[in-house]
Design a protein around this ligand. Structure first.
Ligand code: C5P
Length: 310
């Protein structure tokens, strides 16, 4: 990342993600849960334009309700810019313009994509020249999903989800996404999972703090076979998300009846991701959903991580 920047702006694009597999283990002392997950970056992007400024500011477009995105230090992109400035001993600021396409609080890592894009954009704007490894380390401090938004493609995440290993994925997978008007809080969904497990007595004595991704998931990705992947889609957070929002289960059922191979709650939800056999099938699923007045988006994965466009 060695674009020098004296004057102009830097435009970076980072993708949203779907967890095609998400196994959640016990809770560590720091409150985070052990994860074994497989991320796939999909063609729904956040754009961040970083321009020179003496202090730090953010503007956001592309959201229906501006109140859902904070413009201060609660915004992960703002925190990313400030973290990079501190790490690089940079004493200027930046004006960040965020153009959102990934649903807010939708379980697709939109905020994490903003943070990853802000890191890459500010690194270029300020001529910081940090290595990918250093940016990854800063990303992991910002949130569990931020390293993946830098990385992109398809990857296995362990630890808190921030320790990444690339996974081989052949071909392309077509997804139809159904977003919700109202977001879901990620901490709330994890809390609900803990409560459900407590009720069942599961994991009470022996919470596993390290987990593996099942081999069939990795095999399905390697073969590029959507039907195989559909059979191994799994998300431990789904039970918790649908406990809060039972309509998500209904949406998955509707998607499958409309012709999707399988559906899953994306991350902590509430976005539902419907895996389809091919682009034509995805269009048919969209058309069938439209008849029930349900708007959806057709995306594909895998796609690259945070990249400088100009
Ligand atoms: O890291 P991030 O800010 O995305 O995480 C949001 C919240 O999700 C955490 O504060 C925590 O409550 C929950 N979380 C978790 N275990 C993980 C990742 C996230 O409990 N591995």
């Amino acid at each position: 990342m060695s674009v020098s920047s004296s004057a102009g702006s830097v435009h970076v694009r980072a993708p949203g993600k779907i967890n095609v597999y998400l196994g959640v283990g016990g809770r560590h002392d720091d409150g985070y849960h052990a994860l074994a997950t497989v991320f796939q970056a999909v063609s729904l992007y956040e754009d961040v334009i970083a321009s020179p400024a003496s202090d730090f500011s953010i503007t956001v477009s592309g959201v229906d309700d501006p109140d859902t995105v904070p413009l201060d230090d609660r915004n992960l992109a703002m925190r990313a810019a400030k973290l990079l400035a501190a790490a690089a001993d940079y004493d200027g600021g930046v004006a960040l313009e965020i153009r959102k396409s990934v649903p807010v609080a939708g379980g697709m890592g939109g905020g994490s994509a903003d943070a990853a894009a802000a890191l890459v954009a500010c690194d270029a704007l300020w001529g910081t020249g940090f290595s990918q490894a250093r940016l990854h380390e800063l990303a992991a401090r910002l949130g569990a999903d931020v390293p993946f938004a830098l990385h992109g493609g398809t990857a296995v995440g362990t630890g808190r989800g921030d320790q990444l290993n690339p996974a081989l994925a052949r071909g392309r997978f077509d997804w139809v996404l159904v977003a919700s008007d109202e977001g879901l809080s990620t901490p709330l969904v994890y809390e609900r999972l803990d409560a459900l497990r407590d009720e069942e007595g599961a994991f009470a004595d022996d919470p596993p703090l390290s987990l593996d991704v099942p081999v069939p998931v990795l095999q399905a990705l390697r073969s590029g076979d959507a039907e195989e992947l559909a059979a191994s889609l799994f998300n431990d957070l789904q039970a918790a998300a649908t406990d809060v929002r039972p309509d998500l289960d209904e949406m998955i059922g509707l998607g499958v009846r409309a012709g999707a191979l399988q559906g899953i709650v994306s991350g902590s939800g509430p976005t539902v991701a419907l895996l389809c056999a091919d682009p034509e099938s995805a269009q048919q699923v969209q058309a069938a959903l439209r008849e029930s007045r349900i708007e959806s988006l057709h995306v594909h994965g895998p796609v690259p991580g945070a990249r400088i466009l100009s």
